[in-house]
Design a protein. Structure first.
Length: 92
């Protein structure tokens, strides 16, 4: 199962938009194939993991090996990277 990671902070408006967009795409197109993991970077316990994955700002969305820094440009961008992951891994 593909797990999309969304790095965010509670006070970030762009983060809220990114989370809503990812949640909409997953719930609409991939409800049984994709899991979302929201990681709050205002919690110091999550910062080491973020640095290890080269996440230095929010929002950051990681779909497989693809890192989207900033808010995704739309539904089609998220779908494109999920489909790329599916082609490359044939497990979703």
């Amino acid at each position: 199962m593909l797990e999309i990671e969304v790095y965010h902070t509670p006070s970030c408006g762009s983060c809220r938009r990114a989370k809503r967009l990812v949640e909409f795409v997953v719930s609409t197109h991939y409800p049984k194939e994709v899991k979302i993991r929201n990681i709050d970077l205002s919690d110091p316990r999550n910062r080491e993991e973020a640095r290890a994955k080269e996440v230095y700002g929010v929002p950051t969305v990681i779909i497989g090996e693809t890192i989207i820094r900033g808010t995704p440009h739309g539904e089609s961008e998220i779908i494109e990277f999920i489909e790329k992951y599916k082609r490359e891994h044939k497990e979703v």
